[in-house]
Design a protein. Structure first.
Length: 223
């Protein structure tokens, strides 16, 4: 799992190689080897194995105080180790973010299905998936199931939920109009189609997909 760089550096310079009586140059050499090993990994098993080696290395006694330059070099190397590991192993924060996305998508789908379209917007936002990809894109690209989920999340939150809500409302309005040929029907007081128009205004192809649904709704409501 991805480490906190400062904590890792503190452990390295005060731990691992100190028990061997080594100096800062030996630390730099060792973490450099670990970086090469981590960045050469092609799968999660390899990354975890290198991380275990890294964790074992940082245990031990104290060493003599490294120079600022040596500290800076170790920190840079630790960041590179983390970046290469992130292609295959999701950090604790990343795991929490992914879980929140999954819960949000499930909640949004349930609310739209239950006719709570306006409330569903608080659970599902395309920008959330974009942020995850920005922070953990390498990991997402290496995991087909995660990539597929993010694609599903983005498509549903950006367009799917709005089309689904408008379709549901238009269908209900038509059914109510059939049952009540004249007079008002409850669906005609809903803001869902208007909200969908706002959400899809800047989505490529969104207004065109919504147009026939809006026409059905307007006809049922006599607009």
């Amino acid at each position: 799992m991805k480490t906190n760089v400062l904590a890792a550096v503190f452990a390295v310079v005060l731990g691992g190689c100190g028990s061997k009586g080594g100096g800062g140059d030996e630390v730099i050499a060792k973490v450099g080897e670990l970086e090469k090993s981590m960045c050469a990994c092609a799968d999660e098993a390899c990354a975890k194995k290198v991380r275990e080696e890294h964790a074992a290395y940082v245990k031990g006694g104290a060493m003599k105080k490294p120079t600022d330059k040596q500290m800076s070099t170790v920190m840079d190397t630790e960041r590179k180790i983390d970046a290469c590991e992130a292609k295959f192993v999701l950090s604790e924060t990343g795991t929490m973010s992914l879980d929140q996305l999954k819960k949000g998508l499930a909640s949004a789908k349930q609310k739209v299905a239950a006719g709570q379209y306006a409330q569903a917007g608080f659970d599902c936002s395309p920008s959330s998936a974009d942020s995850f990809r920005k922070d953990y894109g390498a990991f997402a690209e290496s995991k087909p199931d995660i990539k597929a989920f993010l694609d599903e999340y983005g498509a549903y939150c950006k367009e799917g939920m709005h089309i689904e809500a408008a379709t549901t409302l238009a269908t209900k309005a038509e059914a109510s109009r059939t049952a009540t040929p004249t007079g008002s029907i409850p669906e005609c007081g809903s803001p869902d189609v208007t909200l969908a128009e706002v959400k899809l205004k800047d989505v490529a192809g969104g207004p065109e997909k919504l147009a026939p649904l809006k026409a059905r709704y307007d006809k049922a409501c006599g607009h």
